[in-house]
Design a protein around this ligand. Structure first.
Ligand code: F0G
Length: 353
């Protein structure tokens, strides 16, 4: 079998690139679709996890970034800018490094996970911390791109969503049809819009018999789409989705309504609980923001809102190693026991003897 070639090559005919577009790739996409026995039994259906933390920079952002950076390079860009809660910047800086572009990163001061910050630094970026949240950072990066010679690669750049839609293609390619429901976290609302586009295009082309209902979940302290109005000071432990005024607001509402889906909120407690249970039951370690979809599915199941027998795909968007502080903050002690190197002591400590 041929090795996976990255989403631009694998799905070229579905993407806004031609033979002159340079391909800037890290081999992104082709991520595992892992069956969850635990969630399947909870919802009495068939639940599949799309593990997007397995992308090169540890999140789904790489799918959109290979597309956006390739197109930007083809158009002659020398510098790129993004606002980010951490994953977009980790991804942008990696692809910019490969392309020889100058990366400019605007992040909310003190509100991005250390692992994500380390990624941008290692990829050689100028990281600018802004006194404000993601929404202010995005305004600023739009203004920079308007007034200076830098290309904007946030998901307001339509090429980003084009790249991200390939995750929906992969799910249908593996399952043989679309799932009945697709569940995912929602922040700036680009990804739910991208999946919906991908599912629609595949169904329109006859590659799926139907389109899934889209179920998006926001953090309760950052749930503008649920409340129906922008949130001035969004707060959540899930910093990835700490966003009060999503750029793809209209597209997300359209995805929800035309799919017969829902966008609801989950508390930080539900998010952290889902994160831990996913790690302990399925062996999948995700960052808090990524667990919002699982948290929402669990809440819906508990409320009796999930019909039995459904095939459900859940995107877990980013890797748990990006934010170990939050993961460990709820743990009483990282190390349960300290012993001498003695087999009897080890057996006793492990509960074997
Ligand atoms: N999950 C993770 C891990 C994210 O990093 C993001 C967004 C989302 C979910 C939400 O996706 O914005 O398309 O609705 N992160 C952006 C960033 C905002 O800057 O990395 P969305």
């Amino acid at each position: 079998a041929q090795p996976w070639r990255g989403v631009l090559e694998e799905y070229r005919e579905w993407l806004p690139v031609d033979e002159d577009t340079p391909v800037i790739s890290l081999g992104e996409g082709g991520t595992p679709l892992v069956h969850s026995a635990w969630l399947s039994s909870v919802v009495q259906g068939d639940v599949w996890l799309k593990v997007e933390g397995d992308n090169p920079t540890g999140s789904f952002k790489d799918r959109g970034m290979t597309a956006a950076i390739s197109v930007a390079v083809g158009e002659g860009a020398k510098a790129v800018v993004c606002a980010s809660t951490g994953n977009t910047s980790a991804s942008m800086t990696a692809y910019a490094a490969r392309a020889g572009l100058t990366p400019i990163v605007l992040v909310p001061h003190g509100k991005i996970a250390t692992g994500k910050m380390a990624q941008a630094v290692m990829h050689g970026a100028e990281v600018i911390q802004v006194r404000g949240g993601f929404d202010e950072c995005l305004q600023l990066s739009r203004a920079l791109a308007d007034e200076y010679p830098v290309a904007l690669v946030n998901s307001v750049n339509p090429v980003r969503l084009q790249g991200q839609k390939t995750a929906a293609f992969e799910i249908v390619d593996v399952l043989g049809d679309a799932p009945d429901v697709h569940v995912l976290p929602v922040g700036n609302a680009g990804n739910i819009s991208a999946y919906w586009m991908g599912y629609r295009e595949y169904a329109d082309a006859g590659l799926a018999t139907h389109r899934p209902r889209m179920w998006g979940f926001q953090a309760a302290g950052a749930a503008p789409l649920v409340r129906g109005e922008a949130v001035a000071r969004p707060e959540t432990v899930a910093t990835a989705i700490r966003i009060g005024n999503p750029a793809s607001w209209q597209l997300a509402i359209e995805a929800r309504d035309t799919s017969g889906g829902r966008i609801d909120a989950v508390t930080d407690e539900q998010i952290l609980d889902a994160q831990r249970r996913l790690g302990a039951h399925d062996g999948v370690f995700v960052e808090p923001g990524s667990a919002a979809g699982v948290a929402g599915l669990l809440a819906a199941a508990e409320a009796g809102e999930v019909d039995p027998g459904l095939r459900i795909a859940v995107t877990v968007t980013g890797h748990g190693l990006k934010d170990v502080e939050t993961a460990l903050s709820g743990v009483e002690s990282v190390v349960d026991s300290v012993i001498d190197a003695d087999v009897h002591d080890a057996a006793a400590a492990a509960g074997l003897a």
